[in-house]
Design a protein around this ligand. Structure first.
Ligand code: SF4
Length: 109
């Protein structure tokens, strides 16, 4: 008679797959593939240094006189649209608002 041999690692893998299946682990698996991106906070030290605002209408005109009303992340050369917002080459791992702005703005050619 043939006996079935399992080791602890195999049992643990089976349990993990069962738990993932029961609790919708698809999201957990997907999250494991790419780093989670969170919105860039205006309080982030680099964001503060560059005067980033998620809403370009809130930019301090006295502090940043170079800002023009038609300048937003959506038209910036550092911006890449992704979903409702996008990413910025200056803030890796974060998302920025397409309606945002910072003093590093560079118009897309
Ligand atoms: S560099 Fe451009 S895309 Fe990035 S936060 Fe500043 S304005 Fe937005």
């Amino acid at each position: 008679m043939k006996t079935r041999h399992t080791d602890g690692a195999t049992d643990a893998r089976r349990r993990a797959l069962l738990i993932l299946g029961l609790f919708g682990g698809g999201g957990l698996l997907a999250a494991g593939r790419a780093p989670a991106q969170e919105p860039l906070a205006e309080t982030d030290p680099t964001a503060q240094a560059l005067g980033y605002k998620a809403d370009a209408a809130q930019v301090d005109a006295a502090k940043f006189p170079r800002h023009a009303a038609n300048q937003t992340c959506a038209s910036c050369n550092f911006f890449k649209a992704e979903g409702a917002g996008g990413s910025c080459q200056l803030f890796p791992g974060k998302t920025v608002s397409s309606k945002g702005w910072c003093s590093a703005y560079a118009a897309r050619p």
